[in-house]
Design a protein around this ligand. Structure first.
Ligand code: MG
Length: 243
């Protein structure tokens, strides 16, 4: 029996583009809002907190507390952070990988990120995918298999026919692995060095970037279904390390 890969689905943040770019735009938008509201510049302080200090959650709460800003501005900053309209740029490998994959495979995006569709629009990728599942639109996340089931159902493919590509071993591979998808980790973004929390979170394949993904998908599509354990990558591309 051979596998027949028919679909390739991707995570969004740090898989198709660097999230830090989104954060940088969002912080600037929030700082602009604060400047308009207070007459003070908080651009540098926000950058220091988020980028240098690594305070990526509750950033505006910390800023407000340190500077005695009213609470209402925290919610406004969060809103400004997520509604910046600055263009985003995909990783260099993203468009090339999609060019190689989309003629052959149904392609989708499954993201837990707020405003996933807006991010795709800002990236110029909104028409690159057959279907997009944005978990927060349904009050769902990759903590549950339902977001993956939604994608499989719309694309009319089985888990065995589907590859899932993500960057974050904490959330990206558990349910795809359980369902029987082929999973590929790209070592890009904030979680490039993160360890999988458990064995079920380990991807089938592990590679430096999306450059290697079309080769892995082609190999996974052609090898025996019951012996998916290794892949011979194109030596001219980045060398994927296989679990
Ligand atoms: Mg991600």
């Amino acid at each position: 029996m051979t596998t027949s890969i028919r679909a390739v689905c991707f995570d969004l943040d740090d898989t198709l583009y660097p999230y830090r770019q989104y954060a940088r735009c969002g912080l600037a938008a929030a700082a602009d809002l604060l400047a308009a509201e207070t007459g003070e510049r908080y651009h540098e302080q926000l950058h220091e907190l988020y980028v240098d200090g690594g305070i990526t959650h509750g950033t505006f709460d910390v800023l407000a507390e340190r500077n005695g800003l009213p609470d209402r501005l925290v919610a406004d900053c969060v809103e400004a952070f997520h509604t910046s309209d600055e263009p985003l740029t995909p990783y260099p490998a993203t468009e090339k990988a999609l060019e190689q994959l989309t003629p052959t495979y149904a392609c989708g995006v499954i993201t837990d990120g707020r405003g996933g569709r807006e991010k795709l629009r800002r990236l110029g990728l909104e028409s690159s995918f057959d279907h997009v599942v944005v978990g927060p639109e349904h009050s769902e996340s990759k903590e549950s298999r339902i977001v993956f089931d939604r994608m499989l159902s719309v694309l009319s493919v089985s888990p065995a026919e589907t590859v899932y590509v993500g960057d974050d071993p904490r959330v990206d591979f558990r349910h795809p692995n359980r369902l029987g998808m082929t999973t590929i980790r790209v070592r890009t973004g904030r979680y490039a060095d993160a360890d999988p929390p458990a064995e079920i979170d380990e991807p089938d394949y592990d590679c430096p970037s999306l450059t290697a993904v079309p080769t892995i998908v082609a190999s996974a599509a052609s090898i025996e279904a019951q012996s998916i354990s290794r892949v011979d990558s194109d030596p001219r591309s980045e060398d994927p390390n296989v679990r």
